[in-house]
Design a protein around this ligand. Structure first.
Ligand code: KIV
Length: 294
């Protein structure tokens, strides 16, 4: 993981937002924002790219401090923040404020706005208008959209209009009803289709591509064939980078987890212990004590 992937000029020093969530002692030192060419250079150097989801200021500031390269304000906020069962119901108006909170709270990470279901599939013009809202109103540095070759015209329109695009192929959660549920994509003959999709989104101008639930060997071959970085989720370790949903990776969500998730922390347990200790203190009348009373 790179703390300093940038090799750019002084003009590239980040124009920091006004609202850093946790101003640190280094807050005044220049930190360069991760840009699309840094990710390409990382791929060329064989340096892995890190990406996590984030949906609020404190997690965004924490992951930024940890040196995570990209923060995805995923439409997975639908089922990880808003309480829906799937990513389908979330709207642009619901996702914009979360994206704004994340972009305001980071100094280095590239912030990725995720275009919700139904907000770009109708036409390149619809996609462009939606993506502009994420860039203008929410301070995203790029957007992500789901789909392969069929999305090439949308990607071309956005890139021509100044919006960097990450494509998302393989299992695409917004199409779960067409795909027949959460299933690995690109097995057997379908590997050729996956390769065609990856090349089509690269040719259309995407600067990176997320591959979700794709066999590791297929994802590895595609990663070697593309110039742009690939970012895997359930796609093995031969991709150029990895992404996970933070509530899965750090154990805020409990219950059955996809096989590709590795749990790095147990935030649920930490919060549970904290909430119980607080409740015990309040009920016992020991909080607030003299130290916490004016
Ligand atoms: O919205 C999201 O969290 C995603 C990741 C699964 C890549 O698209």
């Amino acid at each position: 993981m790179s703390q300093n992937p940038a090799s750019g000029t002084p003009e590239e020093t980040a124009p920091y937002g006004s609202g850093s969530a946790t101003p640190s002692p280094e807050a005044s030192s220049p930190v360069r924002r991760v840009r699309t060419h840094h990710l390409r250079e990382m791929k060329e150097r064989g340096e892995k790219i890190t990406m996590l989801t984030a949906y609020d200021m404190y997690t965004a500031a924490t992951f930024d401090e940890a040196g995570i390269d990209l923060l995805l304000v995923g439409d997975s906020a639908s089922n990880n923040v808003l309480g829906n069962e799937t990513s389908l119901p979330i709207t642009v108006d619901e996702l914009l404020p979360l994206t704004r909170a994340v972009s305001r709270s980071t100094r280095r990470a590239m912030v990725v706005g995720d275009l919700p279901f139904g907000s770009y599939q109708a036409s390149p013009e619809q996609g462009y208008c939606t993506a502009v809202r994420f860039m203008k109103e929410a301070g995203a540095h790029c957007v992500k959209l789901e789909g392969g070759a069929e999305m090439a015209p949308v990607i071309e329109k956005l890139v021509a209009g100044g919006i960097p695009v990450i494509a998302h192929i393989g299992f695409t959660p917004q199409s779960e009803h067409v795909l027949g549920g959460y299933r690995v994509q690109g097995r057997g003959d379908a590997a050729d289709r996956m390769r065609t999709d990856a090349k089509a989104v690269e040719a259309a101008g995407a600067f990176a591509v997320v591959m979700e639930m794709v066999p590791g060997d297929v994802a590895g071959e595609i990663s070697r064939e593309l110039v742009i970085p690939t970012i895997g989720i359930g796609a093995g370790n031969q991709c150029d980078g990895q992404v996970l949903v933070w509530q899965d990776a750090f154990g805020l969500r409990t219950g059955k987890m996809a096989r590709f998730v590795k749990q790095y922390a147990d935030v649920h347990q930490v919060l549970l212990d904290g909430a119980r200790a607080y409740a015990d203190d309040v009920k016992a009348g020991t909080f607030p004590g003299p130290d916490h009373t004016f």
